[in-house]
Write a protein that binds this ligand. Structure first.
Ligand SMILES: [Zn+2]
Length: 209
């Protein structure tokens, strides 16, 4: 948390996004804050004020708080393979927005995603198959890669990953009237984003909604 503001009255989607951008800049430039985490435990135990909700992949190379340089109590963090939408994920997001007052949802995909790669290779495995089915919808939406449409083609995988991020954003808007209404009234924003695991760079696509 970086700005000295009253969170109940002054936090906006744009301020929330700027806090995340500033945190990521610190991460990229090697200036991440060395916080007293145990002190943050004490400070937040009764009154956490998370200002943003991040839906991202569970990949071990994408630790949300670290790459956004945020601390205990700052952000909601929903991580699931391929950042796919399900009723439980939507319910979690609705809680962060409607109950806890979060002002921003970031749907963050990443390059070289194992879940997307598995979907591209048509992996079938017990419970994993149902999850990958969500990602596979985006494969048919990718038209630019002709010769190698498998998980071995990193360019193809990354293009499907971006489509998958936009699909998750669309599903949130279509399947949660609670969130949709707050987006329409500009009370909150939903921002697609892609994280490049090879260089540590996060791109926000903040013209979306
Ligand atoms: Zn992933």
């Amino acid at each position: 948390m970086d700005l000295n503001i009253n969170y109940h009255t002054e936090m906006t989607p744009d301020i929330a996004l700027q806090i995340l951008r500033d945190g990521h800049e610190r991460f990229l430039s090697g200036r991440s804050k060395h916080r007293g985490l145990l002190q943050k435990v004490q400070e937040t135990k009764d009154n956490p004020r998370p200002f943003a909700s991040i839906l991202s992949c569970m990949d071990s190379r994408v630790p949300t708080e670290l790459i956004l340089d945020q601390s205990i109590g700052d952000i909601f963090n929903i991580r699931i393979a391929g950042n796919v939408i399900s009723p439980h994920v939507l319910g979690s997001l609705e809680y962060t927005i409607a109950t806890a007052g979060s002002k921003l949802i970031v749907v963050m995909g990443h390059t070289n995603c194992g879940a997307v790669r598995s979907a591209c290779d048509d992996v079938m495995r017990e419970n994993l198959s149902g999850l990958l089915r969500e990602v596979k919808v985006c494969i048919s939406q990718e038209f630019t890669e002709i010769s190698n449409r498998t998980g071995h083609n990193e360019s193809f995988v990354n293009k499907v990953s971006l489509l998958n991020v936009y699909r998750s954003v669309q599903q949130i808007l279509e399947q949660s009237s609670i969130i949709r209404q707050r987006v329409d009234s500009r009370e909150i924003k939903i921002i697609p984003a892609m994280y490049d695991i090879s260089v540590g760079n996060l791109t926000f696509y903040n013209k979306h909604c």
